[in-house]
Write a protein that binds this ligand. Sequence first.
Ligand code: F6R
Length: 613
Amino acid sequence: MCGIVGYTGHRPAGPIILEGLRRLEYRGYDSAGIALFNGPEEFYVAHATGKLDALVQRVEGSLPPAIAGIGHTRWATHGEPSDRNAHPQLDPDGRVAVVHNGIIENYEELRRRYGRGPFRSDTDTEVIAHILAGDLEAGMDLLEAMRHVASEAQGAYSLVAIASDDPGRLVAARVGNAGGIVVGVGEGEHLLASDLNALLPHTRNVTFLEPGEFADVRADTIAYVDIEGHPIAKTVEVLPYDPVAAVKGPYKHFMLKEIFEQPDSALDAIRGRYLTRPARVEFEDLAFLDEALAKSLTRVVLVGMGTSMHAAMVGRFYIERFARIPAEVDNSAEFRYRRPVLDEHTLVVSVTQSGETVDTLAAMDEARRAGCPQITLCNTPGAQTTRVADGTILLRVGPEIAVASTKTMIASMLLLHGLALRLGRLRGTLDPEEEAAQVEAALHLPAAIGEMLKSAPLIEEIASRYASNEDFLYLGRGLGDPIALEGALKMKEVSYIHAEGYAAGEMKHGPIALIDERMPTLAIAPRDEVFDKMRSNIEQVLARHGKVIALVSQGDHSLDDIVEDIITMPEVTPYLEPMVTVVPLQLLSYYIATERGADVDQPRNLAKTVTVE
Ligand code: F6R
């Protein structure tokens, strides 16, 4: 959720931290702040409510030439977005500055026990600065004090702190599953961040803090310890990312760029994995999933949140179809609280672009306790889900910066298709002809997505006519059902229009009461075996004066004269349709949002990585 950046080295820290915050702003953007060492025993501190630009304007011309400091972009949990609640938070004497991501659950009790004077903010963070300052005064050093904090403060969180009497030193802590800390290893300089994106311009050499680990970072040294203070050896990993992938290029928004990248994303996801002669799918990090394990599985449970859960719903279909294993999808946040029945024959597959979603991590913990084998589909190398799972399928689509997920969903659905084919082969449930046809179809998918994108001008024109509507209904059947849910989610997220997604058959059981001339319906109506049923649903909407935008198969003109608007999809094998039908829905939300002047890349109240429950 919140974004954290720290720098210590030989270059001016202020601009590096601000640039890092810019690259993390998608994580949280209701306020921001920075603290820099500013001469002996003193910090330069600035906060500003609103987006990062407000902070940049506030500090313009006044940043000291400090060579170390920390910064933060906030997504409010405790206390409204305001200057006084922005991070870094300081103790009353201004001796310690701290930035924080996650939640300190017992902060009220800690305030009573450790408060060193009046609290200036409503945050759960400020008390951490009070505790650290008290510990330093009692003779502890900053790392020791941080370990003490971690033993007292309950919850899942990460922290980075600096102390004015120890210039150039940053101490980071990761407690529990909320939000990771990545250490960027440079030459004569080191960085800390909540997310890889902030580090990309400076280094690709990184280490990741695990829960319960601390990093003591200076310009020339990094030491890692556990909560007892025992040293931990860590291996530096080299990131595969291309730094230019996080640049907007000619596009007005990251969301549009990422939508248009999807043919490449699909290709990047399957390259070297969907193989021909013989046709098969192989994954590089799934060695644990051998024939014996695959054959022993009695059930697959897919977990995820939001868009990732919609991708999982598509995946469930593939797993049942190709691997013939009963599969179900659960919302990660609900999963663990209903005490699911699990065992070592249940494969748990988590779908998460960030790999840090706290609800999904909690679901994985539940599965781990039950001894389930686990696979994670994730876009972030080194993310926490990749550490918990037995095997990882990286999405490999590069950083997704827009808060609303697009390209990661396409890659997730496609790779779940690949996983199902892999499982089907191992279990012997997949007919080789079917396998070859699916591999072949997937290899053509990037081109089909590219074809679909050619409808962008038409969709932009349609969007201009619907932008003033305040409600939207999305209907789909079969594989179109999760896509209808996703279309509605995208519309809500980026344009703030109320939208509902339904399995079309459900419409007459309630939602039909909403239909009138002000409630347009987007119907996903490819020419498949349920087309006639979908057509009946469309007729039911039209009979109640609802306007319909229909997404139809190439060459199908049967709805031309009855619906308001037609969007035609290119030819694609029915199983892979979701990866194509989702594209016009993404575009419709995007264009309606821009028409309404909404902040597409950073919609209100949202954050890219949700690290609080
Ligand atoms: C919607 C969106 C969210 C995420 C959800 C899970 O556009 O991005 O619904 O899908 O917060 O996030 P991850 O995939 O990081 O676990």
